[in-house]
Unconditional design. Structure first.
Length: 242
């Protein structure tokens, strides 16, 4: 099992906090987000990491090399981070994935139990969903069938149909990733669609109607978790006890 962590973005909405430091190195409760993420993943037995970095990437690389020298970390540099999105960063990992993966963005404050829930789930392709949060236009939302299989996942999903928020932590099989990379290859190489959220490509894979490519929602509503996108989010995160 490998963990893919995407940490390339500019985090414009967190300025001026991110003028001098990447978002994942912002401290919450005396420990930065990156350190918390690494601790949570390692606590679940995963020690093989793929990092995609971009904005102020040397600060991230130096921090990891100094604090997590005992785990295997491969770095990929997204040099055009200002002009692309996380689908592009994920696409860049395709030659390094060797098996099943956990996928995370680097701006999530979360309880380590969420990863355990995904690893113990009966589905090889699943993602963490908060069913109790109040939904709005900014969140990545999911529409589910009666078995909690994902039918839609995006920001623009109808609020009335949406069951909950995808918090940005996923578990995928190697086979699913190969199908996902085919979609990303077409979009990025042939169609030059580089500034897109990766959930749009998740949808293309699940709409192939191959049950092996289905993604299921795992309820993590009982765990504390939040994505930090704005200064207001950061202020709220500092009051969250995790």
């Amino acid at each position: 099992m490998q963990a893919i962590i995407l940490a390339a973005g500019l985090a414009k909405r967190l300025r001026p906090l991110t003028d001098v430091t990447p978002k994942c190195l912002l401290e919450v409760g005396g420990k930065n987000l990156l350190h918390r993420t690494m601790d949570n993943v390692i606590a679940n037995g995963i020690t093989d990491f793929i990092f995609v970095t971009g904005y102020k990437e040397n600060m991230i690389k130096n921090y990891l090399n100094e604090n997590f020298a005992n785990v295997n970390i491969k770095f990929i540099s997204n040099h055009d981070f200002a002009n692309n999105n996380n689908s592009y960063s994920l696409w860049m990992t395709k030659d390094l994935v060797q098996g099943d993966i956990i996928l995370l963005d680097s701006d999530i404050l979360f309880d380590k139990g969420i990863i355990k829930e995904l690893l113990n789930a009966p589905h090889e392709n699943c993602l963490a969903v908060n069913f109790e949060t109040e939904l709005d236009e900014e969140q990545i939302k999911v529409v589910l069938d009666e078995k909690k299989k994902i039918l839609e996942i995006s920001k623009v999903t109808d609020l009335k149909k949406s069951a909950g928020e995808s918090i940005g932590i996923e578990r995928f099989s190697y086979d699913f990733m190969q199908e996902l990379y085919k979609v990303l290859d077409r979009k990025i190489i042939k169609e030059n669609i580089v500034n897109e959220f990766y959930e749009a490509s998740f949808e293309e894979v699940i709409w192939q109607e191959n049950e092996r490519n289905s993604i299921y929602a795992i309820d993590v509503s009982h765990y504390k978790c939040m994505e930090i996108d704005t200064v207001e989010d950061y202020e709220r995160a500092k009051n969250m006890q995790i």
